[in-house]
Design a binder for this molecule. Sequence first.
Ligand code: SF4
Length: 261
Amino acid sequence: MSPAKRLELFRRLRAANPAPTTELLYSTPFELLVAVMLSAHTTDKSVNAATRRLFPAANTPAAILALGVEGVKEYIRTVGLYNTKAANLIGLCQQLVQLHQGQVPDSREALEALPGVGRKTANIILNMVFGHSEIAVDTHIFRVANRTGIAPGKTPREVEQGLRAVTPAEFAHDAHHWLLLHGRYVCLARSPRCPDCILRDLCGYRDKTPVRKAPVRRGIAAAVRAAAARSAARADKPAAAGRRTRGTAAPRTTARRGRGN
Ligand code: SF4
């Protein structure tokens, strides 16, 4: 894909959703770290169902340590692999308390040393909490990058390096959310919604869904509008407004730095 097309692609994604956000619920850096860690190999919806109950009961490393592994399990049973994740969460909280004064560390090395935290989770925290322009390549971003041709690669790491190299600076911070949401709601793994895709003329995917076979389920425009509305609503609400606003759009983290647990 040419630089001009890439620029246009990001311009369109930004125009459709000016303040992209994660769909995980959180109100502090620690809550975001927990939510992202729990979201591995499961849906944001199941994580939110768990954290809606967990965070009011315990949203600091010390409070979660007090629950213990079995106590944590009671809250996160809706999450895939909850046995392993409960053990990792307790180990993560122990490290935060022992090595980081209960705060979410701001270095990749320290983040990736936490139990249950890999490169993808570290990238999300570095991006959303500390304002770095990192891109956490998950299955959606991997698919979109390869299909469109923005940054093809055989592995998530290769795609990440490609995206880092070619994403125009003005889009670098939010590229992660735009590509992820596009993959989740438009460029679906099966039957991508090509007929209504705003990137169709820029996309290099050879097997686009033909117009006549366009899925009729939910209008693409409605899906994009809903995602943008969620982003805008979360961006407009101050974090202090309460747990229900744990959106992320606001990664803009410098404002949140130091508020973590
Ligand atoms: S045109 Fe189709 S394959 Fe290309 S990004 Fe859009 S939905 Fe995905």
